[in-house]
Design a protein around this ligand. Structure first.
Ligand code: PMP
Length: 282
């Protein structure tokens, strides 16, 4: 693979970052993941906007202007002949003598790499995924997309050990989100319910797109928190993320949701997302 690091295009084995980088020592870094289909970027403007927001929240600066950032995204796709998969981009505050306080004039580290991944088709689309519920023990600024991903890694690993695919995290009795995706249910009345935006969840770009498309698809939507019990009683459930788009959830804590198969509204929203976002890919 050819990767990007601080203005250079390198073979992945040649790309090296300082052990004093604050991304490595303090998880003082933010990231974005953008899906690529047919060599084009999906929902890119949303990811670029959220990147700006995450940087501002942490008083970090972007080493590239908006045009250059898009250009680097396009180049990495071309240089790797990427047809379907994802682009991972990370910006850390950069290297500095180890000290908790932010350094005065750091030079940020920016890196991008690609991963090939089947997004349009996945065997899990036929069956849906199973989730377990776990307490949400992450820090409380989940709206900032930091690389502080230890707890989501623990949750995902625990799900695997319990023969499930993912974990839905629960705080004060309500589902926040999945380990690396937003969580949604469809009530027996056919209403889409998804948690409203706050510092408790990541403001998913796919979530926003789905809410938008639901309006067009005649699916009423309500932004509010729901409990695991409400999810168990729901007609359908799904998760959204840049690399899974809309993925049906058919079991929660071992119990089937609705008929235990991917639901019609979930499938309609996925189809609408694929069609709309592919035709608007850049
Ligand atoms: N929540 C969390 C915790 C995530 O890690 C992600 C994906 N990185 C999402 C939600 C989904 O966000 P998006 O649709 O922008 O990928």
């Amino acid at each position: 693979r050819i990767v990007y690091l601080n203005g250079e295009w390198l073979a992945e084995s040649e790309a090296k970052v300082s052990i004093f980088d604050r991304g490595f020592l303090f998880a003082d870094a933010i990231y974005e993941v953008t899906a690529v289909i047919g060599g084009k970027l999906i929902d890119y403007p949303g990811h670029a906007a959220r990147l700006k927001r995450s940087l501002a929240e942490l008083r970090m600066t972007c080493p590239l202007d908006a045009d250059s950032l898009l250009d680097v995204h396009r180049q990495i796709v071309a240089r790797n002949n990427l047809d379907e998969g994802l682009i991972y981009m990370q910006i850390s505050r950069g290297p500095a003598d180890r000290d908790f306080a932010f350094p005065a004039n750091p030079t940020p580290t920016i890196t991008l790499f690609t991963q090939e991944k089947g997004i349009l088709s996945s065997p899990k689309l036929e069956t849906g995924i199973s989730v377990i519920t776990m307490p949400d023990l992450r820090w409380v600024r989940r709206d900032i997309k930091t690389v502080q991903l230890l707890y989501p890694s623990i949750a995902k690993t625990e799900a695997m050990h319990r023969n499930a695919d993912d974990a839905w995290l629960v705080e004060d009795g309500f589902v926040t989100e999945a380990s690396s995706a937003n969580a949604h249910i469809v009530t027996t009345e056919g209403k889409l319910v998804t948690r409203s935006l706050s510092t408790a969840i990541l403001h998913g770009i796919t979530r926003a797109s789905i809410l938008d498309l639901a309006r067009g698809a005649g699916v009423p939507a309500e932004e509010r928190a729901f409990t695991p019990q409400e999810a168990k009683n729901a007609a359908e459930a799904f998760i959204t993320s840049a690399t899974s788009f809309v993925m049906p959830v058919t079991r929660i804590d071992g119990e089937p949701i609705g008929a235990g198969i991917p639901g019609p509204i979930t499938q309609r929203l996925r189809a609408a997302y694929v069609e709309d976002r592919r035709s608007n890919a850049i």
